[in-house]
Design a protein around this ligand. Structure first.
Ligand SMILES: Nc1ncnc2c1ncn2[C@@H]1O[C@H](COP(=O)(O)OP(=O)(O)OP(=O)(O)O)[C@@H](O)[C@H]1O
Ligand SMILES: NC(=O)c1ccc[n+]([C@@H]2O[C@H](CO)[C@@H](O)[C@H]2O)c1
Length: 205
């Protein structure tokens, strides 16, 4: 018998701590794996430029969402096989009464309806404008952000995408990305651990 919970982390703007949190949970949770939205960006030459000359990277159109959906569906269909193919599970491990956890992380995962509908728990890491701008300025993307990209494109898109997300999604737990890392990680882990125990209790009865 399999019980499946998908957990996703979304922080619209970069550097809120999604990857940090996802890696931590993956290490702590048995039979878990991560699917990260950032690995589905389209090639730069197909991403269009807007009227201000900015590459439109912060929209679902810049991502291969069908491929990402395929991966999530393939995990859902047979999580044991999914983990086995990626070398994340011992060959002879039992498949009975196992609980598999998929961690989906990304900056636009709640805006894609079919994906959003698959999630059992939703977390959204928030950081304010100035902290986000500062953390983003220390990162180098491929291609790197051109001058004024954050104020002229990334932040306005964040506000727009966030508004859309709140229109289509409820049951999101908002997390304060300014809190000390250990505090955020521990709180989310405790929450998920409780849900896992509840599901395993159900399986036993
Ligand atoms: N709670 C926190 N407090 C302070 N710094 C943090 C916190 N969480 C993460 N960081 C730091 O912020 C930076 C970005 O974190 P991380 O890569 O996890 O963000 P992200 O949301 O996955 O960003 P991106 O989507 O751009 O990859 C890292 O240097 C990380 O160590
Ligand atoms: N190909 C990439 O990974 C890429 C290229 C250009 C910009 N980005 C930025 O990544 C963030 C999401 O993590 C978005 O804000 C993109 O602008 C990513």
């Amino acid at each position: 018998l399999y019980f499946i919970i998908s957990i996703c982390f979304n922080r619209r703007v970069t550097n809120g701590g999604k990857s940090t949190l996802s890696q931590f949970l993956h290490q702590k949770i048995h039979n878990s794996c991560i699917i990260a939205q950032d690995t589905y960006f389209k090639d730069d030459f197909v991403v269009p430029v807007d009227s201000n000359g900015f590459k439109q990277y912060d929209t679902l159109d810049a991502l291969h969402m069908e491929e990402m959906m395929k991966e999530v569906c393939s995990w859902k269909k047979d999580p044991h096989e999914f983990l086995r193919q990626r070398g994340l599970i011992a060959k002879d491990s039992s498949t009975d009464d196992e609980l598999y956890v998929l961690i989906v992380e990304g900056f636009l995962i709640f805006n894609h309806r079919p994906l959003n509908e698959m999630f059992d728990m939703r977390y959204f890491l928030e950081i304010p404008y100035d902290v986000c701008k500062m953390r983003r300025s220390m990162r180098v993307y491929a291609p790197p952000d051109p001058p004024n990209y954050f104020d002229g494109y990334v932040w306005p898109m964040y506000l727009q995408n966030r508004e859309e997300m709140e229109r289509i999604t409820s049951e999101i737990v908002f997390l304060d990305g300014l809190k000390p890392k250990d505090e955020v990680l521990a709180a989310v882990y405790e929450d998920i651990h409780k849900e896992i125990a509840r599901l395993q209790g159900k399986a036993a009865s």
